[in-house]
Ligand binder design. Structure first.
Ligand code: NDP
Length: 397
């Protein structure tokens, strides 16, 4: 029986809240708070029976957060607002003595830079207070990191090559839309590519490395090496890795739109003056693009995200592929959101359960691969994201 405070009422927040509500024996008391209270109320209404309390909070403001936490007194906070709010929410958790979990690493608003250093710097303070902070517990980062830990624990003596492969073979029927917060998504996919090889980071131009990879139940899709935040913690926690890369599929139409958005300056995060008001082009663009939370209704197709790993077992080379496929329509039927919100929200709920039940509880700040993967892997299928695995297959990468 635990109290949980969920912050952020977007697509992911909607899934986390609904999933927590489905497990009352663990999450007995739930509050959803966000910048816009009406969005929390709409989610609470969908769940019904007055199960969910709601509140308005500006998560950029530590004092406001502390006041809310003190009044509700949760055991932990699940942060599914935006990465900009990670540090203020961590700070408020420390001050009020509650555990913390998020799905995306902190980035400063004025620089598209994904690094764990700001959040890792909180390790000693969380440790001293006997509190746990779990970082990156969505699907990627999140499940992909747990898959890696599971593979390393059960199937390999050493893992050498890791390729995380993320395919969205869905069709939402819109000429252009992003699957999660447009501002965060466009910042992520327009930056230079980066991957780990032989002890150092190698940089590429955006989308420079391209390959058609075959995804289960989907077939071949053009996949591009991009930088993704879990690579930073995985190469640190699995030092035997000789190479670690992250691939994401993009359709030609998506890339064309992205190129135009960049060429006309709309992806810029530098403020410009417009009619006497300072605006940031990318923040403005978010307001005219479709809301990712609303894409679900007509979304067909599925996602397929997994890890392709090569390493050594008993002196012999082994290849291993572990993945989950998630259909947009199934996610929509259950939660009213598309599969990207769903595949992020389910692991966030399960990570919170792992913490509250004591499986993933140790003082300090940790990435998910630093915990025992087994209790998480045993349960995730039951909560909607079953996994499959194949041994000694052609990894293509
Ligand atoms: P949305 O933009 O749909 O939702 C974000 C929510 O946070 C909104 O409700 C927003 O409020 C709220 N919010 C923003 N700023 C504040 C603030 N200062 N105070 C309080 N609330 C605030 O995003 P998503 O649901 O798509 O994504 C949520 C998070 O999940 C993001 O951090 C994203 O990076 C992460 N993510 C992680 C993935 C993974 O696999 N690890 C995959 C996909 C997403 P308002 O509605 O008023 O704007």
């Amino acid at each position: 029986m635990s109290k949980v405070l969920i912050i952020g009422a977007g697509g992911v927040g909607s899934v986390v809240t609904q999933k927590c509500a489905q497990v009352p024996e663990v999450f007995s008391d739930i509050m959803l708070a966000s910048r816009t209270k009406s969005k929390c109320d709409a989610i609470a209404q969908r769940i019904g029976q007055n199960r969910i309390k709601t509140a308005q909070v500006d998560a950029d403001n530590v004092q406001e957060l502390m006041a809310l936490i003190k009044s509700f007194q949760p055991d932990m906070v699940i942060n599914v607002a935006l990465p900009y709010q990670d540090l203020t929410i961590m700070e408020a958790c420390l001050e009020t003595g509650v555990h913390y979990l998020d799905t995306a690493n902190y980035e400063p608003r004025d620089e598209a830079k994904f690094e764990y250093k700001w959040q890792w710097a909180y390790h000693d303070r969380f440790k001293e207070k006997g509190l746990t902070a779990i970082l990156g517990c969505g699907f990627d980062p999140g499940v992909t990191s747990v898959y890696t830990a599971y593979a390393a624990k059960h199937h390999f003596d050493e893992i050498h090559y890791l390729d995380i492969v993320d395919c969205n073979a869905g069709d939402h029927g819109k000429p252009f839309a992003t699957n999660f917060n447009p501002e965060i998504n466009i910042r992520e996919v327009t930056q230079n590519g980066r991957y780990w090889e032989n002890g150092k980071w190698l940089e590429t131009k955006p989308h420079e490395i391209k390959k058609a990879l075959t995804y289960p139940n989907i077939g071949p899709r053009n996949s591009y090496v991009i930088y993704h935040e879990e690579l930073e913690s995985l190469v640190k926690n699995f030092p035997t890795l000789k190479r670690a890369r992250f691939w994401m599929t993009f359709g030609d139409e998506y890339l064309t739109h992205l190129r135009v958005i960049q060429n006309i300056g709309m992806a810029s995060i530098k403020p410009v003056m417009y009619k006497g008001v300072e605006i940031i082009p990318l923040e403005f663009l978010k307001h005219v693009l479709p809301n990712p939370g609303d894409l679900g209704e007509n979304y067909t197709g599925e996602t397929s995200i997994g890890c392709r790993i090569r390493g050594i077992k008993d002196g012999k080379e082994l290849t291993y592929y572990i993945w989950n496929n998630c259909k947009h329509q199934d996610a929509y039927k259950e939660t009213g959101t598309q599969a990207v919100s769903y595949t992020t929200g389910v692991p966030a709920m399960l990570g919170a359960m792992m913490l509250l039940q004591g499986y993933w509880k140790k003082p300090g700040v940790f990435n998910v691969e630093e915990f025992d993967p087994d209790p998480f892997m045993e349960r995730i299928g039951n909560y909607g994201l079953p996994w499959e695995e194949a041994f000694n297959v052609d990894l293509e990468v």
